[in-house]
Write a protein that binds this ligand. Structure first.
Ligand SMILES: Nc1nc2c(ncn2[C@@H]2O[C@H](COP(=O)(O)OP(=O)(O)OP(=O)(O)O)[C@@H](O)[C@H]2O)c(=O)[nH]1
Ligand SMILES: [Zn+2]
Length: 325
């Protein structure tokens, strides 16, 4: 049930704990599912802060007078997060890391065929969510825009031929079979992407029961459904657990990123830089700058590398602020 058994087996001790999994979080109330598949609303014990428990967490709990209380959070295998900006009183933009979900084995980044696609934005997504122990897939959604979808596919493949990229459309049911086969059985995955790329619609297709996201709930009064909470579902089609998440407008991270996933050429070259901590921006005998100069890597590629590192580390905002002063 919801990976609880597998998780329990991976623990060395504590085998007798009563473990549940958090499948939804709304402010201070959690929905937990127990080993035998029962769902309960739960709160946390007072010494556990709400910023300590997330969707996907395995937790211990007690039942007291029919009130369910989460007593502790068990070790996580992965944490999926992104940066979020808060304007503080002094109008400084504070960059904080916001955890979207935990104990996730597969990440699916959705890019809609009919939205403007740029490689730098794509790279920012990948840099934000790539981690070594998580299986990353790119899904080009709204594949019914056939030409637009294959243009995006070509752009990605021209620079990153090894990336796992799949086109699908929620309107073309036959394309969904390709999607279903990507999910690993009994594993947990999260769907990520900008608002409106079709995450909830896809989950509705994969989770064949009636109580999923009902799209006629019009939360914003504009006739458009928007996911506002992160929520986990079981799909009997994929035989796995799927997490729907609110779409985002911007994307950044304050985490240390592993940029080797994208800019392998630059990392290879960097081995030959004179200085070990070379930033490849101004240093003498920089192998990367040399390669740009003699044309063995393109200026555009190098620019994207620099731009991405700046954006993802919040450096860009810092520079913008400095310029505004
Ligand atoms: N053309 C086309 N439209 C789609 C497809 N999938 C979803 N849509 C439409 O796109 C809109 C947004 O879909 P959602 O599934 O709500 O998108 P979302 O990614 O969950 O959006 P947020 O909840 O805001 O994050 C809806 O009007 C859907 O009907 C598709 O494959 N093709
Ligand atoms: Zn260098």
């Amino acid at each position: 049930m919801y990976g609880i058994l597998t998780y329990k087996q991976s623990l060395n001790n504590n085998k007798d704990d009563i473990i549940a999994r958090v499948i939804e979080k709304t402010n201070y109330i959690y929905t937990i599912i127990t080993e035998n598949g029962k769902c309960f609303k739960a709160e946390t014990v007072t010494n556990l802060s709400t910023s300590d428990v997330f969707v996907g967490d395995f937790v211990t709990y007690t039942n007291f007078d029919n009130n369910y209380i989460i007593t502790s959070v068990l070790p996580r295998t992965s944490t999926i997060s992104k940066g979020t900006s808060h304007a503080s009183k002094s109008y400084h933009v504070l960059e904080q890391e916001q955890i979207l979900a935990v104990n996730v084995e597969q990440v699916f980044i959705l890019i809609a065929a009919n939205q403007r696609f740029t490689l730098p934005k794509f790279e920012r997504y990948v840099l934000t969510f790539y981690q070594q122990n998580v299986d990353l897939h790119i899904l080009i959604s709204k594949g019914d825009y056939t030409n637009l979808a294959s243009n995006i596919m070509n752009k990605i493949k021209s620079v990153y031929p090894d990336f796992k990229v799949t086109i699908f459309s929620n309107l073309q049911k036959d394309t969904l079979t390709n999607i279903i086969s990507l999910f690993n059985k009994n594993r947990t995955s999260i769907l990520l992407g900008s608002s409106g790329v079709g995450k909830s619609t896809l989950i509705n297709e994969l989770v064949n029961f009636d109580n999923v996201i009902t799209n006629d709930v019009r939360e914003d009064g504009k006739g458009k459904h928007t996911t506002t909470t992160t929520k986990m579902f079981y799909s009997s089609l994929t035989e796995s657990y799927l997490i729907d998440s609110p779409g985002f407008k911007t994307i950044s991270t304050t985490n240390e990123m592993d940029s080797t996933v994208l800019f392998q050429d630059i990392h290879d070259l960097a081995l030959n830089c004179k200085f070990k901590d070379c930033t490849h921006t101004h240093e003498p005998k920089c192998a990367v700058l040399n390669a740009v100069e003699n044309g063995s890597i393109s200026e555009e590629y190098y620019k994207r590398y620099r731009e991405n590192l700046r954006v993802t580390t919040g450096l860009l905002r810092h520079e913008q602020r400095k310029r505004q002063k």
